[in-house]
Design a protein. Structure first.
Length: 588
């Protein structure tokens, strides 16, 4: 279809010139444009399709960027990007050097706040609204937040504060009854009970917001009418819109979980593009399937995920043993302290959280788990570089932020079988909190379902032996290290794999230093405060006299690209490692 209206829109100024009667046609064109690009370039789909009408209506009614608009999480902001000057670059979405998959302040003045992690929009918007009040600016402030994101603690903290102010602020609840997976919890039921005759909303009332709705979020005329009314008024408004995630693409409406981020698909039929089966299993599945296998025999095991049952594959245990596996919604802090509570009563919680989202629960890890030395097992998925989601989602800080916590044991299995056996070993019983980190994507072993074997975490594996350099690596990055040394002088380099990052065996490090001329550490984590930093510290404090070189994620945020590209950008791919090892050898 020719996009006759969209092709003339470079910014919301052009949008405002349209007749209201043109907007429905524009919605069709915008939807087609998103489907067209995402079907080949990949990315988040369902959320953006669901807010096409809302996006158009917001930019039509309000004066962005002077009026401030924040998209919570930001995975639904593709339409916003396309209408605000990024139509021509949209095909570079999430690729190296291209635009980001999330709103980003340095990308556009229309992106008022950088997002990626959920439930931040109301706090940030309130900050802007208070700033406007102090500066006697009567602009409008609007946040669009989903039904799964609004139940998070941060959103409640912000609503509670906002409700005691008299700023100009409109919260739009985009209620589609699903996050990535179906929404959970009590409020979901409450929101679904509300109808246009309810006239009253205890939730909005309690926070002193004027409630409007629920209205059909695909009725563009109604949206324009409602938003125009709100715009004329000042104060606190809460507009409840009902939408369908994936709206406009049948398969995406019918299979909302898959089409949250479906990969490539046929833009006409929606049918997913068949990818060649590699025979390798994703790490998340090795975790999820192994945990289920163990939980079937060990009834102390409890599984907990904050809103990522599909992404983390805890779904297998939730389906099979629902009474012992919980999706608690977007509530990382709660997930951690809930696990602490379970552990006080002799249960064995496996709390699975993406590395990047666990950042939100740092105090809970320290105060509620580690300080009381409670036996909670944190399964840290998406540890390391994550690819196209980019800077907001990199799982590169966990080693550094966990290294500082007393009682915490940190493990990084080298492959699928080791991950499986780590889970097995830990469920035999632990005396302290433990974290296991493993990456996004496929493992490199096809036959990972090996008979269970107990692992000695204190054992440091010598992968190859040499006299000049000791390369110390942790986790699955060992694969790159082994490729790097494959064709190098075999008698010069030793490689060691440390499954245990904390505690580290001081005597072992001293011994390595005595038998080599240099140590090189390699990790897929922040170079500051990580595994390598700790080895450098130990080596220095024990007075060893050899240089220790640390390789890892540099002190900068790593932008979107493929994981292979990101490894290269960080000098952690096999070729870069080989060059680095050779450079150090030449120096000795
Ligand atoms: C703190 C945090 N935890 C988890 C996620 C992963 N995540 C991204 S989108 C999403 C669901 C959001 O659902 P909702 O707010 O209802 O928006 P919708 O996708 O339905 O538009 C989740 C759990 C995240 N981005 N941030
Ligand atoms: C927007 C968001 O936070 C999630 O959709 C995230 O992109 C999921 O990442 P995975 O694809 O690694 O599950
Ligand atoms: Mg939702």
């Amino acid at each position: 279809m020719m996009s006759q209206i969209l092709s003339n829109i470079q910014s919301p100024k052009d949008l405002k010139k349209l007749q209201a009667s043109d907007l429905a046609v524009l919605a069709t064109e915008l939807r087609d444009f998103i489907i067209d690009i995402v079907s080949t370039k990949e990315g988040h789909l369902g959320a953006s399709l669901g807010v096409v009408e809302l996006t158009i209506a917001l930019h039509y009614v309000f004066d962005t960027p002077d009026d401030k608009l924040i998209w919570d999480v930001g995975h639904q902001a593709y339409g916003h990007k396309i209408l605000t000057g990024r139509k021509n670059t949209f095909s570079s979405n999430r690729q190296k050097g291209g635009i980001s998959g999330f709103p980003k302040r340095n990308e556009s003045v229309y992106d008022t706040f950088g997002v990626g992690h959920s439930s931040t929009s109301i706090s940030a918007l309130l900050g802007m609204a208070i700033a406007a009040q102090l500066q006697q600016n009567d602009r409008h402030h609007i946040a669009v937040i989903g039904d799964a994101s609004i139940v998070s603690g941060m959103a409640f903290e912000a609503l509670n504060h906002a409700g005691a102010t008299d700023v100009n602020m409109t919260i739009i609840l985009n209620d589609n009854s699903i996050g990535i997976d179906p929404s959970v919890g009590a409020l979901k039921e409450y929101f679904s009970r509300l109808n246009p005759d309810s006239q009253h909303n205890i939730f909005a009332d309690a926070f002193n917001f004027n409630y409007h709705g629920p209205i059909d979020g695909h009725d563009i005329d109604l949206l324009v009418e409602k938003l125009s009314q709100i715009r004329k008024q000042k104060g606190l408004h809460f507009l409840h819109v009902k939408t369908i995630k994936g709206k406009g693409l049948k398969s995406a409406e019918e299979n909302q979980i898959v089409y949250h981020a479906p990969g490539k698909f046929d833009k006409k039929t929606g049918v997913l593009t068949a990818t060649e089966k590699t025979g390798y299993t994703k790490y998340q599945d090795i975790f999820g399937l192994t945990l289920l296998e163990l939980a079937e025999k060990n009834d102390k095991i409890i599984g907990i995920t904050p809103a990522m049952p599909t992404g983390s594959s805890l779904k297998y245990m939730i389906e099979a043993i629902p009474e012992r596996a919980f999706d608690v919604g977007i509530a990382e802090q709660h997930a951690v302290t809930l696990s602490a509570g379970l552990a006080t009563d002799d249960l064995l919680p496996f709390c699975v959280i993406y590395s990047t989202f666990l950042q939100r629960a740092y105090d809970q890890i320290i105060h509620d788990v580690a300080l009381q030395n409670l036996p909670v097992i944190f399964c840290i998925d998406r540890a390391g570089l994550v690819g196209a989601d980019g800077a907001t989602h990199q799982g590169v800080f966990d080693i550094a932020y966990l290294n500082a916590i007393p009682n915490m044991q940190i493990l990084a299995p080298k492959d699928a079988c080791e991950l499986r056996n780590t889970l097995y070993t830990l469920q035999l019983g632990i005396q302290n909190p433990v974290t296991i980190r493993y990456p996004r994507g496929e493992s490199n072993i096809k036959d990972w379902k090996v008979p269970f074997r107990k692992i000695d975490f204190n054992h440091i594996e010598k992968c190859c032996s040499g006299t000049e350099i000791a390369v110390c690596c942790t986790g699955t990055l060992i694969e790159q290290v082994m490729k790097a040394v494959e064709n190098m002088e075999s008698d010069k380099i030793s490689v060691y794999h440390f499954i245990q990052i904390k505690p580290l065996d001081k005597d072992y490090i001293v011994n390595l230093a005595q038998h080599h001329k240099a140590i090189i550490t390699v990790e897929e984590g922040s170079i500051i405060g990580g595994f390598g930093s700790r080895i450098s510290q130990l080596s220095a404090s024990e007075g060893t006299n050899i240089p220790v070189y640390n390789l890892g994620i540099p002190d900068s945020f790593i932008e979107h690209a493929t994981t292979d590209e990101q490894l290269k950008m960080c000098g952690l791919d096999a070729d870069s490692l080989k060059n680095y090892f050779q450079k150090i050898l030449n120096r000795l």
